[in-house]
Design a protein around this ligand. Structure first.
Ligand code: SDX
Length: 431
């Protein structure tokens, strides 16, 4: 490295200079945009574990220290002092709103929560057993068909309106997908309720009885949604950027991100954690020890769900907040959950096991979130949907940032071809 740049030397004694890109915090980068033209080589980095796909001002993660900040504010400060819509505004517009800005933002969301009535037949077309993530991703594209202006928004006003529409309507879609799955009537949104109350009302109210919500439940769900709001270039966010880089609409890009999030290695892990803990609870042959043994067995594709992270080599700060919050919520709900005790035992055993310690595998955001979601009354099939509602402003903020970045190009990675070299065609008679 000379004066900050990198020199790449090749076996034939040739070399090329690569410029360094500085970060305001965290690792700098080596700019390889000239590498192929100047050296005839491409780089190889499956999963982009060492490759930045963009510069971004949204979220900073220090994986070694277990730090997470959005626009400079720590996740702990935001989770415990803000509402989810405040953090959504921060991610999308770069600053915490003042009172007038927040009032206007909340009003613009609360007055757009209704779905077009023609969407009712959309829900009727799905089987009751449909996984709500399949409904959510489909409905996100379906909503955009009612608003042609969002197909290719270019003006700020259209982009802001599209973002507001998605943030406003996603809880309604999620709640209606749930109501369809349990055979209960849809509950319409109310402009008189705040964002989280409205969602809980649509999820759990029934026409046959009065419904009230515990403010502690509203607070807990705000915290949970904030903890999921954004997280750098994770699989689903990178997918939103990949799809959006072809100038696909915000709705199509977010719908693709939802499909990526659904995977059990990503946002689907919160549902898998509860299934794993439930299995230990119900199956006399499944113990903490046998579960850890399976996770370490290379011949078994089982993973310790809710553990490990591509970026964190320390405790995920979101898991730290959730770990202490779980007890508070259960106490407030005057309930207990045997799975929490099992989770504590599993965590203690893993953190004392060389396999996990050597690989710096710690609990991540998904390990405790499901226990709290359960305590708030949500079924496990809704957990990844809750993750998606939380991550929506992060996806939108990344889509907006990418579309305003002059460095943005359509995402089209290279490959290393290892197949057959050229060979002569053989007619079928001779094969
Ligand atoms: C999220 O990227 C983000 O920011 C994601 C997220 C967000 O907010 O968007 O934080 C949300 O997706 C959290 C992760 C939820 N997923 C899970 O909890 C599923 C279980 N975790 C793993 O599958 C895994 O840890 C990943 C997918 C999260 C990360 O995988 P990596 O970075 O590709 O690591 P790897 O698979 O290469 O593992 C490295 C080693 C391997 O062992 P060796 O080959 O070195 O012997 O660690 C082992 C792995 O086998 N390992 C695990 C493990 N996680 C890693 N072994 C058992 N159980 C695990 N959970």
């Amino acid at each position: 490295m000379t004066d900050g740049n990198a020199t790449l030397h090749f076996a034939d004694d040739s070399s090329i200079e690569l410029e360094r890109i500085e970060a305001t915090a965290g690792q700098p980068a080596i700019d390889i945009r000239r590498l192929r033209a100047d050296s005839g080589h491409v780089t190889f980095d499956p999963g982009f574990a060492n490759t930045a796909n963009a510069t971004s001002s949204l979220t900073y993660i220090n994986g070694a220290a277990g730090e997470l900040r959005h626009r400079g504010y720590s996740i702990e400060d935001l989770a415990l002092n803000c509402s989810f819509l405040e953090v959504a505004y921060l991610l999308m517009y770069g600053k915490l709103p003042n009172r007038a800005e927040l009032d206007e933002w909340e009003h613009s969301i609360s007055t757009h929560t209704l779905l077009n009535e023609e969407m009712r037949s959309f829900f009727d077309a799905f089987p009751r057993r449909a996984h709500p993530m399949g409904v959510l991703a489909s409905a996100t594209n379906a909503i955009s068909t009612f608003y042609d202006v969002y197909r290719r928004p270019t003006r700020k006003r259209e982009i802001d309106a599209g973002a507001r529409t998605l943030i406003a309507k996603l809880p309604t879609v999620a709640a209606w997908a749930y109501k369809k799955s349990i055979g209960e009537p849809y509950v319409y949104p109310s402009n008189d309720l705040d964002y989280v109350e409205n969602f809980l009302h649509m999820m759990f109210a029934r026409p046959v009885e009065d419904w009230t919500v515990d403010p502690a439940v509203v607070k807990a769900l705000n915290v949970l949604l904030i903890l999921h709001a954004d997280h750098g270039q994770n699989c689903s966010t990178a997918t939103v950027r990949a799809v959006g880089s072809s100038r696909a609409s915000m709705f199509a890009s977010v719908a693709a991100g939802m499909c990526a999030l659904w995977g059990p290695l990503h946002g689907g892990a919160n549902q898998s954690v509860i299934e794993m803990l439930q299995e230990i609870h119900d199956d006399p042959d499944a113990t903490i020890e046998s579960t850890l043994a399976r996770a370490k067995d290379k011949d078994d594709d089982f993973r310790l769900m809710g553990f490990g992270h591509r970026v964190y080599s320390n405790y995920d700060p979101r898991a730290r907040v959730l770990s202490s919050y779980a007890e508070d919520v259960l106490d407030r709900m005057e309930t207990t959950d045997p799975l929490l005790e099992i989770a504590r035992e599993l965590e203690a055993a893993a953190l004392a096991d060389d396999y996990f310690v050597d690989r710096k595998i710690y609990p991540n955001v998904d390990f405790y979130s499901g226990i709290i979601f359960r305590a708030l009354g949500f079924p496990s099939r809704m957990f990844t949907v809750l993750f998606a509602i939380g991550r929506l402003p992060g996806w939108i903020a990344n889509w907006m940032e990418m579309n305003s970045d002059p460095d943005t190009r359509i995402m089209r990675p290279r490959q290393i071809y290892i197949g057959e070299t050229a060979r002569d065609f053989v007619p079928i008679e001779n094969r």
